[in-house]
Ligand binder design. Structure first.
Ligand SMILES: [Zn+2]
Length: 293
């Protein structure tokens, strides 16, 4: 089964909701970056949230970036998503190993540590929108819940989960985002809180075989759930040799001349998907001609 997002409303549109199954895209990220289990969990949670938040973007050309920077051993996580729920991302340190946390789970919060969550939305305007909040737990779902409440003033509930197989491949991944509209009634809020308090974790629901639709049915039991639409989600990077060439040209004549002097091919890796691009000294000489600085 491929990854997809379900968008829905409940209680006559007083609530909007998103749910995703993202096992394939998280496993793709794991393979590309060869991440350790705790980093797979962290990156997988942020990729899952990024895909859902990407699907909230209005225009096809809008780009969302989620970035966590912390004082933990993973240093940082970056995820970029478009309106078609195509996501890519990376961890600054992909091979962090940590003992399990007090609950016996992968210590995502410990890997990130104390720090900042930045949400950047590039909607083709002069200045991109940028919201920043202090990390609450570093477990990502709580941090996004806090971001939505304080930075966007939208009371939300975010659930994210990644479960690993014994061989450290991805067994389950997914999540949900539930948001209250400004006109939500007190009774609706109370019922939602009750429902949320009854749900087990996202990974437990996925392990029971629940689809994103099934997860939303649990969250909105007795609350007039209406599925709006579904859309595929995927790991996708738009890098190319041409784009990397432009990046090399931008570093300037001096650096490129030094690379040529080494007389051996250089390799440039895309941060987001880890694809390696090789440039021979001859190719570098061609790029040098295109340099203006
Ligand atoms: Zn790439």
């Amino acid at each position: 089964m491929s990854d997809y997002i379900v968008r829905a409303t409940a209680k006559q549109a007083q609530i909007r909701a998103f749910a995703i199954t993202s096992k394939e895209l998280v496993e793709t990220a794991r393979q590309k970056h060869n991440t350790s289990p705790v980093v797979t969990a962290a990156l997988g949670r942020l990729l899952s949230a990024g895909a859902m938040m990407g699907s909230m973007l209005k225009a096809d050309t809008d780009i969302l970036t989620l970035q966590l920077k912390g004082d933990g051993p993973m240093h940082g996580l970056t995820v970029t998503a478009d309106a078609k729920a195509r996501v890519k991302g990376y961890a600054d340190v992909p091979d962090v190993l940590l003992p399990p946390n007090a609950k016996g789970k992968l210590d995502v919060g410990g890997a990130i540590g104390n720090g900042i969550l930045s949400v950047i939305k590039d909607m083709g305007l002069k200045e991109p929108y940028c919201g920043q909040t202090v990390l609450q737990t570093g477990e990502i779902a709580e941090d996004l819940t806090y971001y939505f409440a304080t930075s966007e003033q939208v009371p939300s509930s975010v659930g994210l989960g990644v479960l690993m197989n014994k061989d450290n491949t991805v067994r389950q991944a997914g999540g949900f985002i539930v948001q209250l509209m400004p006109f939500a009634e007190e009774e609706t809020i109370e019922q939602l809180e009750q429902n949320l308090s009854r749900v087990s974790s996202v990974t437990a629901m996925l392990e029971e075989g629940k689809t994103p639709e099934g997860i939303l049915e649990v969250l909105f039991e007795g609350m007039d759930l209406e599925i709006v639409d579904t859309m595929p989600a995927s790991f996708y990077c738009n890098c190319s040799k041409e784009r990397v060439e432009k990046a090399i040209i931008s570093v300037g004549k001096k650096e490129i001349t030094e690379m040529i002097r080494e007389e051996k091919p250089i390799e440039v890796n895309c941060h987001f998907c880890n694809t390696a691009y090789t440039f021979t000294p001859q190719e570098l000489k061609e790029l040098l001609k295109k340099c203006t600085k």
